[in-house]
Each structure stands twice: as C-alpha cells, then as structure tokens.
Ligand binder design. Structure first.
Ligand code: KMH
Ligand code: ZN
Length: 272
C-alpha cells in the first residue's frame, strides 16, 4: 500500500457522447471551462481535453482548442492534456493541428483497434508522426494503452527514438474491441512496468468505480469524467464531472492517498 499522492485526471467531454444521452455534457467553450474548474476544485490535476464545434460535434479546430484553453486558464491552474485521438476517423492532420498551441501534455494512442463498430486507426506511421511533433515541441506524451500489445510495442519506439524515455501511461480499459476492465488485466499490465513508471487507469462505464478503487490501492493514478462514464451509480446519471471527481477524492481519503496538487502532479510526471 502506497501513500504517494494520487493524480486525478478528468475527461469532461470526449468525442463520442451527445446531450441526448448525457444531459450534463459540457459542449461550448464556456461550459467545458466551467466543468474543468469544477473538476479541479474537486481534486483533478489534469484535464484531458476534447472540444466541440458550434454544432456540438467533435472538433480538432485550433481556434476552439485555443479558446477553451484560455478560458480554462482564466478559471484555474491545471495540466491541460490535449487529445490527439480526436474522434474515430479524424484525419491525421486534424489530430496534429492543436499541438501548435504547445499544450503541456497530449495523448498518443499506441495502436489500431476495433472501437465498437468502428476502426480507430493508429498505424505505426500515425504514431510516429504524432510523437515527432510532441518531441519537437517538448510536449509530454501520455500513451493511451487499450490492449497489451500496445504496451509491448513501447520499447521499440523508444529504441528508435520515436518516443522519449519519460512518458506517462493511461490504461483505457473496457472499450469494446480493447482489453476488458478487470483487475487481472490491470495486474497483467502493471506487473511488467518499472517501479517508477507512472500509470493511470481510465475504466469505462460501470467498471469505472471498482477499477478506480483498485488503481488507488495499487499506487496508480485514475481518470474519471463523462468521456468514460456518465453514471454516478447504477441507474443514476452523474450530474457533473465534478461529482465524479469528488467521489475519487473521498475514496482516496479513505485509502490514505493524498490527492496530488497540480504542482505535485507536475513533479510526479516530470513536467517541471
Ligand atoms: N475518441 C477516441 C476514439 C484520446 O483522446 O487520445 C479516442 C480518444 C483517445 O479519446
Ligand atoms: Zn479522449
């Protein structure tokens, strides 16, 4: 059992959801910034950012990322982590575009997979192109691991100089087509890591709560938010992203993990 600070990431909007199924989903820049502030007040240190266009559809527009980033920074200090995954089918150039804004962190999905009924394309060429810009701009990558093979591919990218030695891992578990959100899978993934390797679990849907509890107990970090789960409990939608983060903060308290401040998170992740 570890007592090291727990980094909470909040993913407030994602690319897949609509208001029809998640009435509290923040969509406009002002709504996303408010959701980020509420999440940070509740204990989140990282905001995993997707943005939406005026029509509410997922967007990789540089202007919108810029507007949302500025609005979040007006409200609170946090680590803003841009999604380079976008929505399934986003062209590579669109995925790259927001990186011109020099975010502190960005995601990098480590392999192609079935994503429900669709194909989430992350070929070696795509990974290399995204990683190159991140290295050039000194943007810290969070490697999105949806399956074991994606983790096993990491050392080769480091040997080839595509990935830096310092990276953070996010195990996204429970996507139909990816690895299931089970304790045994989490142990399988984390058992092969160096002791000082940082990792987060983002478990989908009803698996979010139990996997969050396990990750806290194991010494990992956690991600919650509407992108991954919209329910507070069975049959009851969460009212806000902040509500989901606040529960993690309470759980961490019971399990004697102090919640990392933004400065502590930067230190743990080597961002300073
Ligand atoms: N929307 C998913 C297809 C990321 O943000 O880096 C990809 C995704 C991963 O959300
Ligand atoms: Zn995402």
């Amino acid at each position: 059992m570890t007592h090291s600070p727990l980094i909470i990431t909040c993913a407030p909007v994602g690319a897949e959801l609509t208001r029809d199924i998640c009435p509290g989903l923040p969509l406009s820049p002002a709504e996303i910034a408010l959701a980020a502030e509420e999440a940070v007040s509740a204990g989140a240190a990282i905001i995993h950012l997707h943005v939406r266009g005026k029509n509410g559809r997922p967007s990789q527009s540089i202007e919108i990322f810029d507007e949302v980033t500025k609005k979040i920074k007006e409200r609170c200090d946090c680590i803003i982590q841009y999604s380079t995954g976008g929505a399934v089918g986003s062209p590579l150039q669109k995925r790259l575009d927001p990186l011109v804004l020099d975010p502190e962190m960005a995601t990098l999905s480590m392999g192609t997979m079935n994503f429900g009924a669709e194909i989430y394309e992350n070929s070696q060429q795509t990974i290399t192109a995204l990683a190159a810009i991140m290295q050039e701009k000194n943007i810290s990558p969070e490697l999105e691991i949806f399956d074991l093979g994606m983790l096993e591919a990491v050392p080769q990218y480091i040997r080839n100089g595509v990935l830096p030695e310092n990276y953070h891992l996010d195990f996204v578990l429970g996507v139909p087509g990816g690895m299931a959100a089970t304790i045994s899978n989490l142990v399988l993934l984390t058992d092969r890591l160096d002791a000082d390797q940082t990792w987060t679990v983002a478990a989908l849907g009803r698996f979010q709560l139990p996997m969050t509890a396990h990750a806290i107990a194991m010494g990992g970090h956690v991600r919650v938010g509407f992108e991954d789960n919209i329910y507070f409990r069975r049959g009851e939608l969460a009212g806000s992203n902040g509500q989901l983060v606040a529960r993690v903060t309470r759980l961490a308290g019971e399990l004697e993990r102090p919640v990392a401040t933004v400065a502590e998170a930067r230190d743990i992740l080597g961002l300073v």
